[in-house]
Write a protein that binds this ligand. Structure first.
Ligand SMILES: [Mn+2]
Length: 317
């Protein structure tokens, strides 16, 4: 294990009351990281609590322990570990709680990571933060079948099921070791990447039928309005993955998913192919992420938000 990661392992070994923090609007990777640490160290007799500002999306409720998440509160924990968070702002409303802990560590895989704990460990070339959490827990001899299933879900979620260019031979090697623990890999892939509720399927049909292409088909925009969510009985957290259908179109280099999450408030997801960097585009609006997948929040009228995004994409194509 790398020295700094070993230091985090030592901190975890010494602590008996640990809170593990996910980023807000949690995705499969951050949830899997938190739950795997909770399960692995909980089995060693420690009190380990997963914390997130927002609720776990329905599709990830199958992960063992997903019902154990708490919202940030005033309790001061002996140790806080942030997983998959590129900076303190990613903790959202949980940042105060995180910073109140006596010992603080962070494990992350974002290139844009800003150190915010006492000990930060980042590997920007990991396809998922769950890869690094595997190295951490395996080094502590703490990966059993249940923990392996969680880590596999995290890797499958963030690597797009081994499709994104962030996937390396190590991603596959770790996945192989997890499969050797006896997990049902096909079922996890189905639950993370293919399964849809009838409501989300209806949302997908509805928004993709309105998908707009700009600049001779180089830029795609998928928009989720409040009415789309209301009419289909879905929520902004159900939009994950739908943008993939837009970036997959031949000729599309940049795809945006714009979700109306509040009054003149939008959550934007950015996906790119080879000619533009997604995190670069998201950074224009204070967001971040990875080279092919990133996100940001924007305020204003929908048309203005869309035009600003189109300009940011055009500037890079
Ligand atoms: Mn991640």
């Amino acid at each position: 294990m790398k020295e700094r990661l070993q230091k985090i392992a030592d901190m975890l070994k010494a602590a008996s009351d640990i809170a593990v923090y996910c980023h807000s609007n949690p995705d499969g990777d951050t949830i899997a990281c938190a739950l795997s640490v909770c399960r692995a160290l909980g089995a060693q007799g420690k009190t380990v609590t997963p914390v997130c500002e927002d609720a776990v999306p329905e599709k990830y409720l199958f992960m063992e322990g997903a019902d154990k998440f708490i919202r940030p509160d005033k309790r001061v924990h002996e140790m806080a570990l942030a997983v998959d968070c590129s900076g303190p702002d990613r903790l959202g409303g949980a940042s105060k709680s995180f910073l109140s802990a006596k010992k603080r560590a962070s494990v992350d895989h974002h290139l844009s990571h800003v150190n915010f704990a006492q000990t930060d460990y980042t590997e920007a070339d990991s396809a998922a933060c769950a890869e690094i959490i595997y190295l951490l827990l395996d080094g502590m001899g703490a990966v059993d079948k249940g923990t392996a299933a969680l880590l596999f879900a995290g890797i499958v979620a963030d690597s797009g099921c081994f499709q994104y260019p962030s996937t390396t031979s190590r991603t596959h090697e770790i996945a192989a070791k997890l499969i050797e623990k006896g997990i049902d890999a096909a079922d996890i892939v189905y639950r993370v990447h293919r399964r849809l509720t009838p409501e989300v399927f209806t949302l997908k049909m509805r928004v993709l039928s309105k998908c707009r292409l700009f600049d001779e088909g180089k830029i795609a925009v998928v928009t989720f309005t409040k009415e789309d969510f209301e009419a289909t009985g879905t929520r902004p957290s159900d939009t994950e993955g739908i943008i993939a259908s837009a970036i997959d179109i031949d000729g599309v280099e940049v795809a945006f998913a714009i979700s109306e999450v509040g009054d003149k408030n939008f959550k934007v997801s950015v996906r790119t192919k080879d000619h533009a960097d997604a995190s670069d585009i998201a950074a224009v609006f204070g967001g971040g992420g990875h080279s092919k997948a990133a996100g940001c929040r924007m305020n204003g009228f929908y048309e203005d938000v869309k035009d600003k995004l189109l300009k940011a994409a055009r500037d890079r194509l």
